[in-house]
Design a protein around this ligand. Structure first.
Ligand SMILES: [Zn+2]
Length: 258
């Protein structure tokens, strides 16, 4: 961040945050322009983040009607409109600030989002998560493996090394899954029951005869289909618990289509 001259004259700009970006503002500040007072010529990115909105949620910025990059210097009297991924500016030529993602993106979830991580794995999405991951680990993994950071920590999403991230709005795990499915358009890319919910690796079908000594006797009587995790060797089968898991999958995918 550039050094600010405390003796520089005070300037003022007006900011409007569109769509879901208003979720980052205090309720009285939503739906109307916000005045931002500053000194010097900070980048528009620094000003947006100072107002509480992480850069990874911003796809376009218009300053006085012109589309600009994050490093554009803010000037006294500027009118700034900030757009999320799903509210495109009406301006003709727009510089998109979000880097492209794979159709089926991969994720790294923070320590508090264990149930969300397990649901994304249940849907088939590669999702790293672990109680041992620090914020620095998460940033490093996101950068090195081009993963989307999922977190409820807004400060984490402001880390300059991050290109992709999403602030999970809800505290309810079921709603969180629907949020992420909607944000990243995951419905058509879901491959439920193909990934280990415990360790994130892929499952492979195995012959019943090869794992018979690991199957509870009651399951062995009436179940023929088994899948094993390639990494942790955890065994899965379609049993009495599966209806509950199917309901989790349908909740995450179904409600996202409305
Ligand atoms: Zn596993």
């Amino acid at each position: 961040m550039p050094r600010i001259d405390p003796w520089a004259p005070q300037s003022e700009a007006s900011f409007s945050f569109l769509g879901g970006l208003s979720d980052f503002l205090a309720p009285p500040e939503r739906g109307r322009p916000i005045s931002h007072v500053f000194r010097g010529a900070p980048s528009v990115k620094d000003a947006v983040e100072a107002l509480g909105v992480p850069h990874v949620e911003v796809d376009a910025i218009l300053v006085n009607g012109a589309s600009v990059g994050f490093e554009h210097p803010l000037r006294d009297g500027d009118q700034v409109c900030v757009y999320p991924f799903d509210v495109p500016p009406e301006s003709g030529s727009v510089l998109h600030l979000l880097a492209p993602l794979l159709a089926a993106p991969t994720f790294v979830a923070d320590v508090h989002l264990r149930r969300l991580a397990r649901t994304l794995r249940l849907l088939g999405f590669d999702t790293r998560h672990g109680a041992e991951l620090t914020d620095a680990d998460i940033v490093g993994i996101a950068r090195d493996e081009v993963r989307v950071v999922l977190t409820r920590d807004r400060q984490l999403l402001k880390h300059r090394a991050l290109a992709h991230g999403y602030w999970v709005r809800s505290t309810d795990p079921e709603t969180q899954a629907r949020e992420v499915v909607r944000r990243f358009g995951l419905v058509e890319h879901a491959r439920p029951f193909t990934r280990c919910c415990a360790c994130n690796d892929l499952l492979r079908s195995v012959e019943k005869s090869a794992v018979r000594d690991r199957i509870p006797p009651r399951a062995a009587l009436w179940i023929d289909g088994y899948w094993e995790c390639l990494r942790c060797q955890r065994l899965y089968w379609w049993g009495t618990h599966s209806a509950r898991l199917q309901a989790v999958v349908e909740s995450a995918l179904g409600s996202s289509q409305c």
